[in-house]
Design a protein around this ligand. Sequence first.
Ligand code: AMP
Ligand code: GLY
Length: 421
Amino acid sequence: MNILILGSGGREHSLAWAVLQNPKCDRLIVAPGNAGIAQIADCSSLDVENPAAVCEFAAENSIDFVIVGPEAPLAAGVVDMLRDAGFLAFGPTRDAAQLEASKTFTKEVCDAAGAPTAAWARFTDAATARAYIRERGAPIVVKADGLAAGKGVTVAMDVDAALAAIDDMFSGAFGAAGAEVVIEEFMGGEEASFFVLCDGETCLPIGTAQDHKRAFDGDAGPNTGGMGAYSPAPILTQALQDKAMAEIIEPTMAEMARRGAPYTGVLYAGLMIADGQPRLVEYNARFGDPECQVLMMRLGGQALDLMLACAEGRLSDAQVNWADDHAMTVVMAARGYPGAYDKGSVIKGLGELPETSSEMVFHAGTTAKDGAITATGGRVLNVTARGPDLQSARDLAYSMADRIDWPEGFFRKDIGWRALE
Ligand code: AMP
Ligand code: GLY
């Protein structure tokens, strides 16, 4: 079959890599892709947030299956229009993607579903929000309602920080995303990510992972899109996964169907675990990045069969063939990220690294220029490895990272510390 993947990050490189291992894939196009993806698939500069353009492209290229990587095309309604035009697509409709696009929507769905999450309140003016924060005290969490590229959340450890976040949000720092603000109870505990395929009726867990959001070692520095991940997440034991399915995921999916917006695609549940109880931090309507890279390294070619079963509503017959393996990815980012960084530096040494089912460097912000790979984004490479245990996956990933010659880049040296402690 002819497959189109939308996106340009490490997530999409790992999706492309996994899909290509499946003999069902005859031709793969990735739009817009990056320099690493271009080494294994055709890339196109299609505008992926324009549903009509995506449909036209799919028709012109006889595409049989479209896999949507990032949230923006989902929120733009790409899956809705593809389905209306008769294409098979992996991802939620715009209405179902509200589970990521709107925090208040998600909170209302969780309340209706009885899914455990932080207590919350919604505000549309700064004065009432400030009064609420003073009454509640800290720690407390302030969130812009809409999509804010992962930057719309302030976990305030004191009242002043929470008040400052309110001022930021109502001053327009997040545009329309900040016009409505959610203030939440602070939840302590350990965070983990749980990935579940949903076809509107059946839910199938496909893996757990833990991300590292802070820029520097020891979980110091500013928040980022994620500096490294591993799978599985040991804290999410089978018992906790079962509990999360029964108390959070299944009731949410039932509530979405009841609202006439059945959820299809991968549901990424960010969970907070404390005292043996999982609570929902947030949903995302897509794979995590870099979590996808470790999930794909573990699933390999069966990822395509699972995504097809999901899109075709056949999850009740699908199953995951688990291997007893562990994967880790270490993100190499441009110095300065997540703040300002230079673009255009040359990365050397990639050609000498092995590319096997257990060792891959997935590209994110890279461009090929004059025969060289250059860095053109904040997060640039995902050095990913697999092994029989987490320590061996980690040793392999770091030995690869050390062989990449890119003085303008940096990476955390402590990915996996929680699980290996
Ligand atoms: P979100 O975008 O909602 O995932 O929030 C970003 C990060 O903020 C999460 O991954 C958590 O680390 C943290 N966070 C969000 N909500 C809460 C909460 N209610 N309690 C504690 N930490 C939170
Ligand atoms: N790594 C976090 C995310 O993809 O949202």
